[in-house]
Design a protein around this ligand. Sequence first.
Ligand code: CAO
Length: 438
Amino acid sequence: MAITQVNVPDIGDFDSVEVIEVLVAEGDEVALDDSLITLESDKATMEIPSPFAGKITKISVSVGDKVSEGDYILDIEAAEGAAEAPAEPAKAESAAAPEQAPAQAKPEPTPAPQVVKQPAHNVPAAAKPVNPQAMGAAFHASPSVRAFARKLGVDLTSVSGSGPKGRIQQNDVEAAIKAVMSGQAAAPGQTAGSGIPPIPGIDFSQFGETTTEELGRIKKISGKFLHASWLNVPHVTQFDECDITEMDQFRKDQKAAAEKQGIKLTPLVFVMKAVVKALQDFPSFNASLSEDAQSIIYKHYYNIGIAVDTPNGLVVPVVKDVDKKGIYELSQDLMEISAKARDGKLGPKDMQGGCFTISSLGGIGGTQFTPIVNAPEVAIMGLSKAKMQPVWNGSDFEPRLIMPFSVSYDHRAVDGAEGVRFTTTVAKYLSDLRQLIL
Ligand code: CAO
């Protein structure tokens, strides 16, 4: 049987158009008018249909090639009695640009390409087919449906067609999207079950009066980071407590002298010093994972982020070089950054370079909480309110000031045993500040 060369037919004013899909493979049987390749210019998407029924014996184009009228596409061994395409070219899709008048194919009577106008805006990269299977002719769909699917990022290999001979129609694509949105199916690129089920929108006004306020800028920004950390970081929270009776007595003893210098001494600065000493003992807490999470990057500097509650939302300025500063200097830094934070005057530099974060709610109350890791840091401490408690000393109950705290950490970087060793070590330093100078 004769092998016939199929070339790019007249594609109107287009020249050097990119091949974005090769819809057949060598050995495939095709029917007359089956789509062979898809071309995409900046204005239109075109499918080149087969001029015969037959078998593909050779393909000479690949995805990414640029082709023009007359360029060789592939060879077809015509089936016996195969009908040639009508001399009159097939009509363009209804969405076709009127100026793309289909012309007769040359040199083979290849039917004119079906043309679909591209949307006015650029198709986002993610909307282009990425599944290599989509390059095979595993489905049938018109150019307009293919363009619609591409625009919405739908992989047509995962859509079942309800049209004649399983042809995929626009309503099939719409149904596939609805199934993903309603949680009944996995989104493209996700394996079933890994999609995040959406929280349904509810009209609360049906139950009573409501008012709606847009979230502030800081809440929107921090919300995005917190959500990313919540989803990406496998969190473990270790709860612990420490006896700060002596530490707090020392703080009170120093308070008057500090106030003379305009400094307010709170437990937080002592915690910062104890944390840095513990970070030196456990370097995997003073680290970040590489972007591909295959390496750990140890930091040999000790900058501590402090979560500050402001009228506009939560911000985390960073106190630099905590290991090199004394209690007074740290208190001064803390007062400055929290004032700056509350006045909305923090610059980007004030919030960069953190190694570990402390979120102190101890001035407000609470017994314990689970802070969210400030990724790409790997750990965060949450401080709760210290309370006088009766503690058994072996023979008596003694009143001791006990501060509960927690440390959430990224379990990819830190093991559970290391987590509790870290909190025990912080507690040890805080219960006896002399150990900080050993
Ligand atoms: N237990 C008992 N008392 C505590 C304490 C603790 N763990 N921590 C602080 N206090 C006391 C202080 O000693 C101070 O009392 P005095 O005035 O009698 O000395 C009082 O509580 C208020 O302290 P403070 O909150 O003004 O100061 P701080 O240094 O402890 O904290 C700052 C500074 C900026 C961290 C804090 O003001 C703040 O913004 N905290 C909120 C952080 C936050 O929102 N975290 C949540 C993040 S997740 O959404």
